[in-house]
Design a protein around this ligand. Sequence first.
Ligand code: NA7
Length: 540
Amino acid sequence: MSTPDRTPTAASTVDAVVVGAGFAGLYALHRLRSQGLSVRVIEAGSDVGGTWYWNRYPGARCDIESVFYSYSFDADLAREWEWSERYAAQPEILAYLQHVADRFDLRRDITLDTRVVSAHLDEGADRWTVTTDAGERISATYLVLAVGLLSSTNLPQIEGREDFDGRTFHTGAWPHDPVDFTGRRVGVIGTGSSGIQLIPLVAEQAEHLTVFQRTPNFSLPAKNGVPDPEKVARLRTDHARVKEEVRTSSYGILLEPPTQSALEVPEEEREEKYRRRWEEGTLTGILQAYNDLVRNEESNHTAAEFVRRKIAEMVHDPQVAEDLMPRGYAYGTKRPCLDTGYYATFNREDVTLVNLRRTPIERITRTGVVVDGVEHPLDDLVYATGYDAMTGPLLAIDIRGRDGRTLREAWADGPHSYLGIAVSGFPNMFTLTGPGSPSALSNAVVSIEQHVEWLADLLAHARERGARAIEADDRAEKEWTEHVQLAGNATLYPRTDSWYMGANVPGKPRVFLPYIGGVGNYRAHCDRIARAGYPGLLIR
Ligand code: NA7
């Protein structure tokens, strides 16, 4: 790997700088370049892939079916690529993104191993000066932030964290060389999607595994295997129609929208439906069994109870089962998980569950983790403690817009944006799958394609008119930001401490970050705005 040249240079000039070369950045490059724009992509990793470059922990895989967790913009690409599993593992998803980068000749415009440290608006010229940690300055008309939703790792402030003498890992920044846990006493802090995927595999290798669990999660068995041949065949023969169905759905996946309340049907019928959905092994299968599970506490309780009964069936020790049962928050309001053998892992003699709901971690020592006065001796400690989601990666860059105002200042009380993509005071800056768009509540690839295509059309529209700047109108931004909160407040989500609410990062404003209006409705709204000539945006 070559070391980037850190010597400061004169600013080079392009139409657009795209920050990040994951699913969003790669497609943005392809799309904007095909419209004749000069584009530079700056990527901190040593290869393309974004989330799928960094998250190399054992068990890392997508939990949306791979045939849909793929680009749909090119029917040939969709036909050519064959997923080996229903839910592909990280190496295969990374290989797919590498293939896309090569197939569309994207690499020549991507600078790897380089982090964007600042982006300052040159107000007079309506251009951005982007500075990298290699000392390069790039002058760009458009700043396209494709930094990902979950890319700023969250390390908890636990006393003594730095004292630990053993190996430490974060799931979101996993080493490239395989990590061998054979014969080692391993601790895992965190039981979100990452912890739940990793724990069964580490348990198989380690001499002993101790899981430190603060909030139990609802997890469903993934029932992974080969991709569903029917879906694959439909995608091949009827690509355009399947693509349309996915793009107009609620979550960006194929699923019949529910029409009934959970309380409208007899208990036996409801139970049978939950049972079928459990067997199907999809992320939103149970959540989408009835139309009021995310809105009505009583309805939600029926689904939550079903999953708790399943946990009781799978875990032999009643106390451990009880400790693994999520209580006190509604099913689905923390992102649900899909797992392979998670609950059964706690039946192993060599796995201990430490329930931090009873007593939190006291401190970390040189040799282990202390809870309730007892030290759990460890050789390795894995942080599966998540991310400063959605706003974290954007605020990690020193972004300064009009009057030198930083994005951090503008978003001090939470993110404000128009449609989750444009921000008042930050002309020509765009946040792909930004806060205020369906993003985290959808199949991210579908939302990424929608944002990239909408943005590409907007830029073409502005350029045809000779406009130099595109900026969210202050009032339109306020209305959209309020609408996002109102939509969230009509659900059970805001009552739960989750990363959707920014509640996992101390001091982060508590607002509902994604937009819950649904992928299809949001797309229709964005399309109406485009057809009407982009009201809500100042194009000058
Ligand atoms: P998550 O879902 O944010 O999970 C992080 C876990 O770490 C969660 O169980 C947290 O408990 C736990 N955590 C965080 N800080 C602490 C401290 N201080 N003590 C104990 N436990 C702690 O992150 P993931 O990486 O698993 O998943 C992120 C997303 O990636 C996922 O939703 C998918 O979209 C893919 P808490 O719940 O906060 O009590």
